[in-house]
Design a protein around this ligand. Structure first.
Ligand code: ASP
Length: 497
């Protein structure tokens, strides 16, 4: 029997995982309640209630309708963490009152699709585990062969300029589309109320997680005080610095010793690359589990409420991924678009299912170096840098989200405010880590910069997971497109000179 190619297996896993997740979806009208009865813990499931409320002592603190599963969970967590007294949950069902006293936990049900999530988590951990040793070893070997300082400086400058340029274009597309489509004026007030109350607590939690970004500190902190700290904290920029300096300096020492060290790292690099191949064998299972768990847990009703906002983000991501990168690759990189977009598929699929450009980095490296046959030294330098400082999908989404929230609140953003969004989003995308969900925290920073209430993120939290998956595709494609473009322009200048 002919073996099915890996990218087809991954695609099938995506589709089957989505179908499996939809079939074993989490019931939105069900809650699992754990409460204390005498000294025992009792777990019970409640389904199809018509209304409910939370009471502390004798007073009702929050009331809900039949559709408020998430609001009940979030509000309960909030009171449970902040109140000393015991909490009562009361449900009305078929004209009966069901009272749960001394409640200690309220959660959604588990289904077969959410039970298999650990398989997906395991896959993400395997990829994350690879990323640092892979980057260090390939970069040391790469930097040692790129020993020409002038060339290194030129590649660095090109990379940085393209990253900043593509991010600026991305955020401008986001702002443009949000102004054009105006998703915030298309949402009805009752949906706004419901979203705000369902995600109020979660948004308040995120709103305090502000990130401090100073551009001077950013450059100073690229130099690690302790290289081992940089490695153990997974600080990719510091790791890139460490590996490049180490690789360059290696070329200045005695040849015999240099060759021994280089051979060692070359061996490590080959081992890590082999490990990528091995781990990719379980990729279809990991992808299946991740997608199934996400789809099972996802509230599809919310999609219709936010359809214009989602449409604006997705349209923007498509333009950025295919038109902006396509043009850059064609006109600057002079590369074949068909080859690029065919060979990047695995990285896109893994980016989509893991929601993390950092975890996807080993696969992106594999696609760019081995499948596209791009210069290894350049790709080894440009991609890890990109995974950290280049997040175009995230920047684009922030543009749409900031305007959307402002529109819902009835604020008209001036040109200066929109420019502030551009600058803050570019800085934020440079200074933050490429892990799931960080984009929404960066958004808080942008909203603060233009004086829009940060609690407004409650409006979009419900669809953030799915958009996070999509923007991660753009993030990894952007890194790869810049790597290929830089490598191709370098190759041309070598031929010319
Ligand atoms: N998940 C994104 C990434 O890792 C970052 C974000 O937008 O939250 O690329």
């Amino acid at each position: 029997m002919k073996k099915v190619p890996l990218h087809v297996q991954i695609l099938l896993a995506l589709i089957l995982g989505a179908a499996f997740g939809a079939f074993f979806s989490v019931d939105k009208n069900k809650l699992e309640i754990t409460y204390k009865k005498n000294s025992d813990q009792v777990e019970e499931t409640i389904k199809d209630w018509s209304s409910s409320y939370i009471a502390i002592g004798d007073s009702t603190v929050s009331a809900f309708s039949s559709k408020d599963q998430i609001a009940i969970i979030n509000k309960f967590k909030h009171y449970y963490n902040s109140s000393e007294k015991s909490i009562k949950l009361v449900f009305e069902k078929e004209n009966r009152k069901l009272v749960y006293s001394n409640v200690i936990a309220v959660r959604k049900e588990h289904t077969l699709a959410t039970y298999i999530k650990p398989v997906g988590d395991l896959f993400i951990r395997l990829l994350s585990f690879l990323a640092i040793p892979l980057v260090i070893s390939t970069l040391i070997v790469g930097a040692a062969s790129l020993s020409d300082f002038k060339k290194l400086g030129r590649i660095g400058l090109k990379t940085f300029s393209l990253y900043i340029a593509t991010t600026t274009i991305a955020i401008t597309i986001g702002l443009g589309l949000a102004n054009l489509i105006s998703p915030g004026t298309r949402i009805d007030p009752s949906s706004k109320e419901r979203l705000m109350s369902s995600f109020q607590e979660e948004s308040a939690e995120k709103a305090v997680e502000t990130l401090d970004i100073s551009i001077v500190d950013f450059f100073v902190e690229i130099v690690p005080k302790n290289p081992f700290d940089a490695i153990s904290n997974g600080n990719m920029l510091q790791i890139v610095f460490l590996a490049v300096i180490f690789g360059i300096t290696l070329t200045l020492i005695d040849k015999k010793k240099r060759d021994t060290v280089l051979e060692f790292f070359d061996g490590v690099s080959d081992t890590m690359i082999k490990m990528v191949d091995l781990f990719m064998l379980i990729a279809p299972y990991g992808v299946f589990a991740l997608i199934a768990a996400t789809i099972a847990d996802f509230g599809f009703e919310i999609l219709t409420t936010l359809i214009w906002y989602i449409a604006a983000v997705i349209l923007g991501l498509l333009i950025q991924t295919y038109i902006v990168y396509g043009s850059m690759l064609k006109f600057l990189g002079r590369s074949s678009l068909k080859d690029f977009f065919t060979n990047i598929r695995n990285a896109q699929a893994i980016g989509f299912s893991t929601s993390s450009s950092a975890a996807t980095l080993p696969i992106t490296l594999d696609c760019v170096e081995n499948k596209m046959k791009t210069n290894k030294d350049i790709a080894g330098f440009v991609l890890p840098l990109g995974a950290t400082i280049n997040m175009d999908g995230t920047a684009l989404y922030q543009g749409v989200a900031a305007v959307f929230i402002a529109q819902v609140y009835g604020f008209d953003l001036t040109i200066v405010e929109q420019l502030t969004i551009v600058i803050t989003a570019v800085l934020a995308s440079i200074g933050t880590a490429p892990v799931p969900g960080v984009g929404i925290i960066m958004l808080v920073m942008i909203l603060n910069a233009i004086n829009i209430p940060a609690q407004g993120i409650a409006l979009i939290l419900g669809v953030d997971r799915i958009l996070d998956m999509m923007r991660t595709i753009t993030n990894v494609t952007g890194d790869a497109a810049v790597a290929v473009t830089v490598a191709n322009t370098e190759e041309r200048s070598n031929i010319v000179s």
